[in-house]
Design a protein around this ligand. Structure first.
Ligand code: SME
Length: 164
């Protein structure tokens, strides 16, 4: 008799991101509309990860430039506008770097759109000209839900989807 295979149903976080990345590329093949692309990324990621309580884009306001306005998202009601430099999203936009926040209550200026959120990751999104167009924000009700694996894969997915 064959020995039991090692945890055949187990998928690591990286395995799941890899699958979602392929699904996003397949679904969006030939689709150039930015809102359709943002909505698809949000839906496919949010559906697969129980850790995702809120996921979506805050888009750079084309008129004000130094303010984010909510874009496609899934989850409870999000704040509509966030100035650059405010909260985690504002920090990601102002510094153009990914923010991993294990405890949002310890983050200066954190904006609590939903008090159930306890940790989050925010990744800046650039276009083909390297201009900041948005940030992608994921919140979890767990503390310390996100790490470098999330950062690497989200950066990879967002780069492939919006920069190429
Ligand atoms: N927590 C974010 C605000 C956006 S919501 O959580 C949806 C922040 O501080 O940037």
């Amino acid at each position: 008799m064959l020995p039991p295979s090692p945890r055949p149903d187990y998928q690591s976080k990286a395995d799941i991101y890899r699958e979602i990345a392929s699904a996003i590329a397949a679904v969006l093949d030939g689709e150039t509309d930015r809102i359709a692309r943002m909505a698809t990324v949000t839906a496919l990621l949010k559906d697969r990860f129980d850790t995702y309580f809120w996921a979506g884009f805050y888009v750079v306001d084309p008129v004000k430039q130094n303010e984010l306005v909510v874009g496609p998202y899934q989850g409870t009601l999000g704040c509509l506008r966030i100035p650059f430099g405010r909260g985690v999203c504002g920090a990601a936009a102002a510094t153009r770097t990914t923010q991993i926040v294990p405890d949002v209550h310890a983050f200066p200026g954190h904006i609590a759109c939903d008090s159930r959120s306890n940790s989050e990751i925010v990744v800046p999104v650039f276009d083909a000209d390297n201009q900041l167009i948005a940030v992608f924000d994921v919140d979890s009700v767990s503390f310390n839900a996100f790490d470098e694996t999330d950062a690497d894969w989200l950066e990879n997915i967002l780069k492939t989807t919006f920069q190429t």
